[in-house]
Design a protein around this ligand. Sequence first.
Ligand code: MG
Length: 165
Amino acid sequence: MQSDVRVGIGYDIHRLVAGRRLLLGGIEVPFDRGLAGHSDADVVLHAVMDALLGAAGLPDIGELFPDTDEAFRGADSRELLRLVMQRVHTRGVRPHNVDVIVHAEAPKLTPHKRAIAESIAELLNLPADRVGVKAKTGEGLGAVGTGEAIACTAAALLVGSPRSV
Ligand code: MG
């Protein structure tokens, strides 16, 4: 059986609003606002899922978990990621490493980067040193820079012996 290496990228952005918890990578980060969305709006896990799905040659999360579906209202993105991992494993591939950039003007994420990386690693069943988390501000520019939104870019490398499903 031939082994393969596959890279995928994911991106997501959600609006910051009052009255919501801020979930990033499966953990809650203390802040006076949170991200709006149909699910729990964990922008980091959404980008990671799309990176994994793209690398596996599977449909994106918008197709798998449509925001028009009441079943996913308030959905725990950690549970959605577990479903994605099942799909990825069915394809005969597994994550080797994941790298993430969180784009946020506030809150400052430096104190939380390690916890976010460890949370993602646990969800992906990877050693913590296979998950990178970087935080970048928007330098005051655009929706991120003005604090209206938090975005995330993710890359995932998958290895294995892909089979069609
Ligand atoms: Mg999203």
